[in-house]
Write a protein that binds this ligand. Structure first.
Ligand SMILES: Cc1ncc(COP(=O)(O)O)c(C=O)c1O
Length: 467
């Protein structure tokens, strides 16, 4: 059990009580002063006039503070967080050791730019990631700031190394919101529509989805067809895929596909890129999801949970490939900032010391078994799937995989929010609910979260029956 679990550890319990008191005191002081505190509705109205609609929020809940797996909004309401800020908080909100590492770093240096006057923490974190990356080939690591930037750089490195330009990606894959990344992403709405032209020479092949009858052979046949009809494999710089689709709906690539892709890449000199931005850092029960297959990718992109909430991303890859681009071609002003690297080092230590990979397997088993129980009661749940603690349900009408139910999915996310549970939707048809609780969540909060989920499912079913 993770030492961040509030009820088990005096330090966490203490900071939780302290946090609640500070919050209560702030509200009391504000009320005594007669200063009105912002409500969620006020803030949503201000947001609507100050922030473009292109950046949307799934719940109109304004976060005030959070600790481990709980979050409090500006009105003092408490939520159990099954979203982790889209998979960023595998080690929970404000893990005491991550917080302490950031605080210590804050006393020394926040920025110098690694490209100007480098610092040890960047090098130390690169060394650690090189050590834990899958496979025995020597590795090097480049730090960036966001997942999209990591993907962009992985493509740049693959292109430079191979002196080729084409890239193959997968339908339903998601790789970020920059222009190159939306081109790689295999979903038109909302990501690509209206933003064209796309990056040239990107080809998509189907990602296996057993629930929809798409198998490994469909992916491989599409690749074969692509090499026959559209692009010479000798022009292909990279094949990029998520070992488990994130935004695309939590389908896992079967090991057979990953092994076949490895062979194809070796045969044609193509760089295999595993996008582990969402699936990495113990989430699936291994440090990286591709480890379940035993395949060593050439390059790997990571972000999100790498630094416990501080923006950081990286490309980790085989040294010979990473070393290709000339000096000065890679980097970024904020890339691998001192605060992020300090947090990243603490995150790795926490994953190890608190056995978070094992914990992910336990959480995944618990969630799957509860969800299968709920599936028997709620026919809208067409499929339950999980890879470790990357767990999802797919909502359909009349039990048919081909009849997605995005309306019920949206209603469920809202109903859960009203009950005090943060959930995230995803999927090609916006009909998947994904569960990404921090791996440091306690068993008690997991159970409480699932009780809230059950109540939210009842709310949605009652409303649908009344309509
Ligand atoms: C698999 C994957 N790749 C890339 C990205 C882009 O990361 P960011 O939003 O940090 O740019 C995401 C974000 O959700 C992702 O899930």
């Amino acid at each position: 059990m993770g030492s961040h679990c509030a009820e088990n550890v005096p330090q966490a319990a203490f900071s939780r009580r302290l946090g609640q008191n500070v919050f209560r005191n702030r509200r009391t002081a504000a009320t005594e002063r007669g200063t009105p505190l912002a409500t969620n509705a006020d803030l949503q109205a201000r947001r609507d006039s100050a922030v473009p609609r292109g950046v949307s929020n799934s719940l109109a809940v304004y976060a005030e503070r959070a600790l481990n797996s709980e979050l409090w909004d500006v009105e003092g309401r408490r939520y159990i967080d099954f979203g982790s800020g889209i998979s960023v908080l595998n080690t929970g909100h404000l893990h005491p050791r991550v917080k302490e590492a950031i605080a210590r770093q804050l006393e020394k240096l926040t920025h110098s730019c690694f490209q100007v006057t480098p610092y040890e923490s960047y090098v130390a974190l690169a060394e650690k990631l090189n050590d834990i990356a899958p496979g025995n080939t020597p590795k090097k690591t480049l730090f960036l700031t966001t997942g999209a930037e990591a993907v962009e750089n992985a493509i740049k490195i693959a292109r430079f190394h191979t002196n080729r330009s084409a890239v193959i990606a997968f339908t339903a894959g998601f790789h970020g919101r920059t222009l190159a990344c939306i081109s790689l992403t295999g979903k038109v709405k909302p990501y690509k529509a209206g933003f064209g032209p796309m990056f040239p020479e990107v080809y998509h092949v189907p990602y296996p989805m057993a629930y929809h009858g798409i198998g490994v052979s469909d992916s491989l046949e599409a690749l074969e067809e692509l090499f026959k009809a559209d692009v010479d494999p000798r022009r292909v710089a990279a094949i990029i895929l998520e070992p488990v689709l994130g935004e695309g709906g939590f389908y896992a690539a079967p090991a057979e596909l990953l092994r076949k892709l490895r062979d194809l890449c070796d045969q044609h000199g193509i760089v295999l890129i595993a996008d582990e931005v969402q699936s990495g850092f113990a989430r699936t029960g291994r440090m990286f999801a591709i480890e379940h297959s035993g395949v060593e990718p050439d390059l790997m992109t990571v972000a999100k949970s790498v630094a416990g909430g501080v923006p950081l991303s990286a490309v980790i890859g085989k040294a010979a490939i990473m070393q290709s681009p000339e000096p000065g071609t890679l980097g970024g002003t904020f890339a691998g900032s001192p605060l992020a690297c300090a947090a990243g080092l603490a995150v790795l230590q926490v994953i190890q010391d608190e056995n978070l990979m094992q914990r992910a397997t336990h959480i995944g088993n618990f969630m799957s078994s509860r969800l299968k129980g709920l599936q028997a009661r709620f026919p809208a749940i067409g499929d339950v799937r999980s890879t470790g603690a990357m767990v999802a349900i797919e909502l359909v009408r009349n039990g048919r995989p081909g009849s997605p139910d995005p309306a019920t999915t949206k209603a469920l996310v809202q109903a859960a929010g009203r009950r005090g549970l943060i959930l995230l939707a995803c999927g090609m048809n916006a009909n998947v609910v994904r569960f990404l609780a921090p791996l440091t969540i306690s068993d008690a909060l997991l159970k409480e979260g699932f009780n809230l989920l059950e109540q939210a499912l009842e709310d949605v079913t009652r409303t649908a029956n009344a309509a």
